[in-house]
Ligand binder design. Structure first.
Ligand code: GDG
Length: 463
């Protein structure tokens, strides 16, 4: 007899959907970003509850048709000041840069640590009131690292998981955090701590050894009489749904339209949230080098850079936006001809259909972050290429590089070799392209998000 699975309660800062009704006009928006891309299909399939902060009016979201939600939404209401301190001040101005290894970018002291503690407590309280004793609770990401411990304090027997969507750095970097002990103690309230890569899990265990008295052995930490497992669980995408979207006839028409509009030049595509971890200026510099090096390049190649507005209230993001605007302006000013511009720069969210049309239209995808937990754009590009065409140029510092061996791997800090990699991708023979794309597509299918969730949740249930 099939086992009835336990109710799943997902807890994350950002929820999947927001419903807006202003002056009789209704719309649904879906949050952009990798976490929602991965977890929405999991909950749609399995049901359960998704607890998240009451959504603010944010930029990084896209309008979608009213969703048929197969799960419930629970909301945490944070006061505006608390939300700012917790989200902009601690999570995104300190924890995010530090866990990505951007030590000089951190801004300690702008917001009180208490805002993070209080916000985490609000999430824990709402989770407790939304869930029962036998439910599986799955906390997500770096905003909520104290929640597992807060839940454990109230429910010693609960099954609690946490998943880290971003990298985990070695102890010398992590140890810079003034609240390193509290964070580790909070996380160790979970039963399972998941990371994209074995090396991130290893770094985490090294941090526990360095900064806590707890014993680490064979992939686990002994914490106050309980065993906390640390596992590598590389995330993926809903491959079947996205492949179906990629071959939709409407998407096909859009592909034709994009190619014609771009004057049948070879297309290079970048798709990123606006974030300094994504290596956008370095990528623009590599493309500029190609334009400078080869006169013919401006008539043959074009770069489409889709940049989704993100965390616009954090200073480092506003500064980066200015830098990118300036670079795009300079490069286009220098290399455009009347009626032909080398960089097409879209600073907004595309619908998922339009995004997939761009994946299919692009001869080359440039995914060149300076550091990235996994990077799902790389997965999506391979999933979209059911025609086995297209080349992925991928940073060796994205988690995806450990899996997608068919990509051309680059060090994004090395601008010249990135230029060479772009050129190699643009001039690659069809047979080699096919071989590489086939290998990547095989791996993307193996890493399917439903498998990822099933594997993680089986570990959480102790099966
Ligand atoms: C974090 C980690 C990890 C982007 N532009 C548009 C759009 N997107 C969607 C993409 C993709 C998602 O956003 C971006 O996901 P990534 O994984 O690339 O990056 P992060 O948001 O930084 O995600 C990352 C991930 O969590 C999951 O664990 O892989 O390393 O940083 O799905 O398609 N979607 C639409 N329009 C856009 O213009 N509709």
């Amino acid at each position: 007899m099939a086992r009835k699975s336990r109710k799943l309660v997902v807890v994350s800062n950002r929820g999947p959907y927001r419903h807006e009704a202003t002056r009789g006009h209704e719309r649904w928006v879906r949050a952009a970003g990798g976490l929602v891309t991965a977890l929405d299909p999991v909950l749609q399939k399995r049901g359960g509850v998704w607890v998240s902060a009451k959504p603010a009016k944010d930029f990084d979201s896209v309008t979608v048709p009213a969703p048929h939600l197969a799960y419930d939404l629970g909301h945490v209401s944070l006061k505006r000041a608390e939300q700012r301190g917790f989200y902009e001040g601690i999570s995104n101005a300190v924890v995010w840069p530090l866990l990505h290894g951007f030590e000089p970018t951190i801004q300690v002291g702008e917001a009180p640590w208490s805002s993070y503690v209080n916000a985490n407590q609000e999430f824990a309280d709402t989770t407790l009131s939304t869930s029962g004793a036998s439910d599986l609770i799955w906390v997500q990401d770096y905003h909520l690292m104290l929640v597992p411990g807060m839940l454990r304090a109230k429910r010693p027997k609960a099954r609690i998981g946490w998943f880290c969507h971003i990298p985990w750095p070695p102890p010398d970097t992590f140890g810079i955090l003034p609240w390193r002990e509290e964070i580790l103690e909070g996380l160790l309230g979970a039963d399972i701590l998941g990371f994209h890569l074995p090396e991130y899990a290893e770094h985490f265990r090294q941090c526990v050894e360095r900064f806590t008295p707890y014993r680490v052995s064979r992939g686990a930490v002994q914490h106050r009489g309980r065993k906390v497992k640390t596992i590598a669980a590389p995330i993926g995408i809903p491959v079947d749904d996205l492949q179906a979207l990629a071959i939709d006839p409407d998407v096909g028409q859009e592909v034709e339209r994009i190619r014609q509009t771009m004057g049948n030049r070879q297309l290079i595509l970048g798709v990123d949230r606006l974030d300094y971890t994504k290596g956008i200026p370095e990528r623009l510099a590599a493309f500029e080098r190609l334009l400078r090096r080869e006169k013919i390049a401006r008539t043959r190649y074009a770069l489409i850079q889709v940049m989704v507005p993100s965390r616009t209230d954090v200073k480092a993001y506003a500064d980066l936006k200015e830098e990118i605007d300036r670079m795009v302006g300079d490069i286009n000013g220098r290399y455009a001809d009347t009626g032909r511009v080398p960089i097409h720069y879209l600073y907004r969210n595309l619908s998922q259909r339009a995004l997939f049309a761009h994946y299919r239209a692009a001869d080359v995808a440039l995914v060149t972050p300076l550091r990235d937990g996994m990077n799902l754009v790389a997965h999506e590009y391979a999933a979209a290429r059911t025609d086995e065409d297209g080349v992925l140029v991928l940073s060796e510092f994205a988690g995806a590089a450990k899996h997608l061996k068919g990509a051309i791997l680059v060090n994004p800090y090395d601008v010249e070799s990135t230029t060479n990699a772009i050129h190699r991708a643009l001039t690659m023979k069809s047979s080699e392209k096919r071989k590489r794309m086939r290998s990547m597509r095989g791996e993307v299918m193996r890493l399917d998000v439903h498998r990822w969730a099933d594997g993680y949740l089986a570990a959480l249930e102790g099966r």
